[in-house]
Design a protein around this ligand. Structure first.
Ligand SMILES: [Zn+2]
Length: 227
């Protein structure tokens, strides 16, 4: 570890590093699923401890420290999602696996972008998550949705997102800024794209011989009868 600008966090960072290293060693596909389930519970506890540390930094109004601890929180959450991803694959639940993987990718990209010192050491991990996507899942199309938002507010200051100084996807005092959409005026266009902003908006099925086929499993999707 490099020199830490917050020596008061030394003991906490040591616990965090050890816990995350252990968690990553369990996020490998061939580990036993019950061991991975137990690891998820340990990570949930770790994330609670991280949030407590973050709350202290926020109280001290130390934004750099709060954002550093936010990056720890994002990384621990990403590893938790990586475990969910692997476990869902073993359970033959590719839809859940997909969502967990893209959540992990998003959290790591936020951690890299918002790291107050140098988040580049996380790029290897980000690469690993992208390799998973390419190897495990088929090439697919996503829906890009263009809509007109008539009312939205900033999650940081609760002001109008158009007027305030905060930027979506950036950290302020240990929290990522996001847009809270209150009202959608109209949906303009839905187009199919290969590289979408939101990978959870994906095509779910295709039609073959009059049957609806799941894009992941190639199983026929049988619609439940109404009533
Ligand atoms: Zn704002």
């Amino acid at each position: 570890m490099n020199k830490n600008p917050f020596p008061e966090l030394n003991a906490f960072i040591e616990v965090y590093n050890q816990a995350l290293q252990k968690a990553q060693s369990k996020a490998i596909f061939v580990r036993g699923i019950e061991i991975q389930e137990a690891q998820v519970e340990e990570l949930k506890q770790l994330i609670e401890e991280i949030k407590l540390q973050k709350a202290i930094a926020v109280e001290e109004k130390d934004e750099k420290k709060a954002n550093l601890i936010l990056c720890f929180e994002l990384c621990a959450t990403a590893v938790k999602n990586e475990l969910y991803f692997v476990m869902s694959l073993k359970r033959d639940e590719p839809d859940f696996a997909w969502q967990a993987l893209i959540d992990a990718q998003y959290q790591i990209s936020l951690a890299i972008r918002n790291h107050p010192f140098d988040g580049r050491y996380l790029q290897g991990y980000a690469h690993r998550l992208h390799l998973y996507e390419n190897i495990i899942f088929p090439k697919m199309y996503f829906a890009s949705r263009g809509c007109v938002v008539s009312s939205s507010e900033c999650s940081v200051c609760r002001g109008d997102m158009e007027d305030c100084e905060h930027i979506k996807g950036y950290a302020y005092m240990g929290e990522i800024c996001y847009e809270i959409i209150n009202e959608i005026k109209s949906i303009d266009e839905i187009s199919l794209v290969e590289n979408p902003a939101d990978k959870s908006c994906r095509m779910l099925s295709f039609t073959e011989d009059g049957k609806s086929i799941d894009i992941f499993t190639h199983r026929e999707i049988v619609k439940k009868a109404d009533g």
